[in-house]
Design a protein around this ligand. Sequence first.
Ligand code: SF4
Ligand code: SF4
Length: 57
Amino acid sequence: MPAIVDADKCEGCEDCVPVCPTEAISMVDGKAVVNEDECADCNACVDVCPSQAISMK
Ligand code: SF4
Ligand code: SF4
């Protein structure tokens, strides 16, 4: 169950990028995108996002 970003809620703050232990999150056109193949399901990005834009699929 990898993390997924709701692009409509993502504010582009990039807070989630450095907390990901597997570097699965990148910014594309100002929105966070999770590489599902690299996500380790750790929930760190879900907890740090100030916009509640990330959930576990
Ligand atoms: S922490 Fe949330 S709002 Fe900030 S870039 Fe990541 S998904 Fe977007
Ligand atoms: S759940 Fe963990 S491993 Fe997956 S994208 Fe978020 S911070 Fe990275």
